[in-house]
Design a binder for this molecule. Structure first.
Ligand SMILES: Nc1ncnc2c1ncn2[C@@H]1O[C@H](COP(=O)(O)OP(=O)(O)OP(=O)(O)O)[C@@H](O)[C@H]1O
Length: 507
């Protein structure tokens, strides 16, 4: 058979895991990349190869070029037009076309979700060319009422996992909230409140990155999450292209925040009835990132606005590639995070305070060989990116204060008085009264910017260092004090969540 001659084969993808190489594979392919798993914290990379589509399968000229071996976690790619030149890539995990959504979740998502429940930040990100299966992997929600079954992607599965874990854990209290944004042509939009366009990225005092004014909606069940996902999807930019009938034209990010309140027992003699006091809150943030796919305009046939969208996506993915390359090379000190909104927002996910799992989605068809190679190389580079995730433990009043601050900023912005309040200051009494029924008390704690005032903070900390008299267990009790203040802040921020779901708008 001549090199380059095309023939149809249908068993390459979707074949069950097997150690045996396909019959036309060389016994020992040239290994250009090989990376052993190590215990060191770094970005974990899983490759998922989707099945051939019906159209791809029916073609007579399909040549097998991508060979996945889930047992060895390798992907071998035959170079274009060659029968002897193979390149093997080794990843943390490789899943073929027969892998189910549950398989992908178990390998690439569950470990991160469990870490988030322990108070770490986590990112699960899908990368790959247009039509390779990123949205399917992350966001797919199929509910089949007839047989009462659900086929779900990583986002709903993560949410289900989180709620199940929280409901089984009687030793902690959980507060779970969700935001959903898209980066469309370099602007950040709140998909749960599309009226607010061009949200800004800010850096917190501890160096963390957050989006100012984004809606953070409390969710109490998987159904809440699915409802918000569907609402957000209505607002997400999608369009028909030759390569994907529902091509995402934006990067979409779901952020699920899990706050886990930890307690000390005051009366250890009777643990079931003993009084508990709050020790603090573990805060884990889960970023679920459905990147828009890279796309060659010639192939996708995008024109006009579609072409501009594709160029914007390609540019931000190039920026992502540069950041990954810089992070993977210890000799490079400057990482160009500020080159795009995407990289700025994902800064912590690329070697910062976050545990990251990257899924490389590939389309097995020989037409996409160049894109597949480029995605696999991206994955190999990403495996060299280390991370330094730490437990996020906050004292309760700080968490409440942060909520209040973020909501205040968002409300100020919506009311169009952001600048005014900065220039003139906000009357603390009227500001708090507008949000709570106990304004005068809160105004003792919050300063004019809605932050815990220095004086109140000093008082809280002063009180918390006093040894409280709680009997024998008193040494355990470190943060009992300031409870009055905490209750007032609780009242203040609770107000913000009332009817939040009803405020969600659809364009
Ligand atoms: N593992 C899979 N099994 C079955 N069908 C799949 C799989 N992966 C993807 N598909 C199908 O392939 C098509 C393209 O997938 P999807 O929209 O998820 O691609 P994408 O990578 O998100 O593309 P884009 O970047 O253009 O948004 C969809 O019809 C989807 O249902």
């Amino acid at each position: 058979m001549n090199p380059g001659q095309c023939f149809k084969r249908s068993i390459i993808h979707g074949a069950p895991p097997s150690d045996k190489p396909p019959p036309d594979m060389p016994p020992s392919p040239h290994k250009s990349h090989f990376l052993q798993n190590s215990d060191n914290e770094r970005v974990k990379v899983t490759v998922r190869s989707r099945p051939l589509t019906k159209a791809e399968e029916s073609r007579e000229d399909v040549i097998p070029v991508v060979f996945v071996n889930p047992d060895k976690s390798t992907v071998t790619v035959r170079r274009k037009g060659s029968f002897v030149d193979y390149t093997e890539f080794k990843f943390d995990a490789v899943l073929g076309a027969s892998a189910t959504q549950a398989d992908v979740y178990a390998v690439a998502a569950q470990p991160i979700v469990l870490d988030v429940l322990e108070g770490y930040n986590g990112t699960i990100m899908a990368y790959g060319q247009t039509g390779a299966g990123k949205t399917y992997t992350l966001a797919d929600v199929v509910i089949n009422d007839a047989i009462q079954s659900r086929v779900e992607g990583i986002i709903p599965r993560s949410a289900a996992n989180i709620f199940e874990y929280a409901s089984n854990d009687k030793n902690h209290e959980y507060h779970i909230s969700m935001s959903y944004i898209q980066i469309y042509m370099e602007t950040i939009q709140d998909l749960l409140n599309p009226e607010t366009t061009n949200l800004q990225i800010r850096e917190a005092e501890d160096g963390g990155i957050f989006i100012a004014g984004v809606h953070e909606i409390e969710v109490k069940s998987l159904e809440d999450v699915v409802t918000l996902l569907m609402l957000g999807d209505c607002n997400r930019q999608c369009a028909f292209t030759k390569l994907n009938a529902h091509s995402s034209r934006s990067h979409a990010i779901v952020i699920i925040t899990v706050e886990k309140k930890t307690f000390s027992l005051l009366d250890s003699t009777n643990s079931s009835e003993g009084r508990r006091i709050s020790k603090g809150i573990l805060v884990g943030k889960l970023f679920l990132v459905d990147l828009a796919g890279s796309e060659r305009l010639k192939k996708s046939g995008s024109e006009g606005l579609r072409a501009v969208e594709a160029m914007s996506v390609n540019m931000s993915l190039t920026a992502l590639g540069k950041c990954i390359s810089a992070r993977a090379d210890p000799s490079i000190t400057h990482v160009p995070f500020r080159d795009s909104k995407l990289t700025r927002l994902l800064q912590e996910s690329l070697g910062g305070n976050t545990k990251t799992s990257l899924i490389i989605n590939i389309a097995p068809c020989c037409d996409h060989i160049q894109e597949t190679l480029s995605s696999l190389k991206f994955g190999i580079r990403a495996m060299k990116v280390g991370s330094r995730a730490i437990l996020n433990f906050e004292e309760e009043f700080r968490v409440l204060n942060r909520h209040l601050q973020e909501n205040t900023q968002s409300k100020d912005k919506q009311a169009g008085n952001d600048t005014k309040s900065h220039n003139q200051g906000v009357n603390p009494e009227s500001h708090i009264d507008a949000q709570t029924n106990s304004g005068s008390k809160c105004s003792n704690i919050l300063d004019h910017k809605g932050k815990v005032s220095r004086r109140a903070e000093r008082n809280i900390l002063k009180k918390s260092t006093k040894e409280p008299d709680f009997g024998q267990d008193s040494k355990d009790v470190s943060v009992n004090c300031g409870e009055e203040e905490i209750r007032e802040l609780q009242r203040a921020y609770k107000k913000h969540y009332v009817d939040e779901l009803q405020n969600v708008q659809v364009k």
